[in-house]
Ligand binder design. Structure first.
Ligand code: NAD
Ligand code: 0WE
Length: 258
């Protein structure tokens, strides 16, 4: 049975009730995990209040701001974990960002700054978080990140995020190779398109979802809770032999050529 009792899980990337990270957090909670939640702070503290209210039912024992572009906030997060939990078992990396102007039009127009920002937030953050997590994962552990097909094949307008996801998937393999001796497994879930805060800010997401519903073997898209179930599996002992992999949770879309 899928059992995460006695496991401590840090979940990043919850912005609202549509976030994939929220689907994952709910399934980890259902499987019995003890949760810690970090959110991206904003000047008015609105996210702290909104995310705080949202996660009340899953009773996180750690709830902290963590902007992954700020090493001090990352250090504070892991210092708090070291202080409050005897060990860390699970790290969920579920965040990404690129400037809006870099998610449409000519890929060759991507600016140096836009490239650096997208790869810093969407890719380097997995490395920075894993570096701190590994010393707290005393009984081994599981690290799970979220990717997208646009890191492997060209998806119109995904542009610099495609490069970020490609580098993210390769980072998963290098991290898995390094951390295996500590029995820390590292995997990615490549999810099909889901309506969330991030995807809804992108033009044409509804057409993309309709296209997937037509082409995918299951004739539908996937939900945040389905991604959450696969994340729970990857965090549990049921997947003890799996590391360095990218698992597609996309209703089968990735296998299709036409
Ligand atoms: P979302 O907007 O709910 O989540 C994105 C999160 O990134 C937000 O919580 C936001 O606060 C966080 N974030 C952005 N910049 C940050 C920073 N500097 N520091 C800390 N957090 C920061 O959208 P989502 O669709 O749930 O995205 C979650 C993950 O899933 C992303 O990696 C995304 O690429 C991936 N993904 C999404 C889809 C989709 O169609 N929605 C498909 C495949 C993969
Ligand atoms: O990874 C993502 C979304 C990533 C994302 C979205 C935004 C919108 C708002 C990163 N940064 C930003 N920055 C913003 O200012 N997805 C997989 C969802 C997504 O995004 C697309 C897609 C799909 C699918 C962008 C273009 C084409 C398809």
């Amino acid at each position: 049975m899928l059992d995460l009792t006695g496991k401590n899980a840090l979940v990043t990337g919850i912005a609202n009730n549509r976030s994939i990270a929220w689907g994952i957090a709910q399934q980890l909670h259902r499987a019995g995990a003890n949760l810690g939640v970090t959110y991206l702070p904003d000047a008015k503290g609105r996210f702290e209040k909104k995310v705080g209210e949202l996660v009340t039912p899953i009773a996180p024992t750690i709830f902290l701001p963590c902007d992954v572009q700020d090493d001090e906030q990352i250090d504070t997060t892991f210092a708090t974990i070291a202080e409050k939990w005897d060990k860390l078992d699970i790290l969920i990396h579920c965040l990404a960002f690129a400037n809006k102007e870099d998610l449409s039009g000519d890929f060759s127009a991507t600016s140096r700054e836009g490239f650096a920002k997208a790869l810093d937030i969407s890719t380097y953050s997995l490395i920075g978080l894993s570096k701190r997590a590994k010393s707290l994962m005393k009984d081994g552990g599981s690290i799970v990140t979220l990717s997208y097909l646009g890191g492997v094949k060209v998806i119109p307008n995904y542009n610099v995020m495609g490069v970020a996801k490609s580098a993210l998937e390769m980072s998963v393999r290098y991290l898995a190779s390094e951390l295996g001796v500590q029995n820390i497994r590292v995997n990615a879930i490549s999810a099909g398109p889901i309506r969330t805060l991030a995807s809804s800010a992108v033009g044409g997401i509804s057409e993309m979802i309709r296209h997937v519903e037509e082409i995918a073997p299951l004739k539908r898209t996937v939900t945040q809770l389905e991604v959450g179930n696969t994340a729970a599996f990857l965090c549990s002992d049921l997947s003890s032999g799996i590391t360095g992999q990218v698992i597609y949770v996309d209703a089968g879309y990735e296998i299709m050529g036409m």
